[in-house]
Structures are given as C-alpha cells and as structure tokens.
Design a protein around this ligand. Structure first.
Ligand SMILES: [Zn+2]
Length: 63
C-alpha cells in the first residue's frame, strides 16, 4: 500500500511518486491534512486562489 504524499511547493497529492507529477518538486511530505479535488482549474475560482494549473487532488494543510 502506498502512502499519499503532498507536494510542499504546490500541494498536489500523489501516491508512489518520487517527484511531484504537477511541478516536479521532490519536496513531498506525508504530513498533511484535508484535501480538495480540482476538476477544472480553468473554471475554478478556488484553483486560481491556490494557483493550481493541473486537475487533481490538493492538500489544504501541510505541516
Ligand atoms: Zn508540486
């Protein structure tokens, strides 16, 4: 079972990846809580606030 990890720079949540699939950062942490699913970054105000360009799962809080 792989642990889901959040990217420290863009908060994208992935599992089993060495680097963030969204921004390429290797700063991944499993110390995060809460998440939001962004389906359509172009049409989402939340996505714009979070500066999200790729659809997917994003952590709300990273410790
Ligand atoms: Zn990232």
């Amino acid at each position: 079972m792989s642990v889901e990890k959040a990217c420290r720079s863009c908060r994208y949540v992935s599992s089993g990846a060495e680097n963030c699939p969204a921004c390429g950062s290797s700063e991944l942490t499993d110390n995060w809580s809460g998440f939001v699913i962004i389906m359509d970054p172009e049409a989402s105000d939340l996505a714009k606030q979070m500066v999200v360009k790729m659809s997917g799962k994003y952590a709300l809080k990273i410790k």
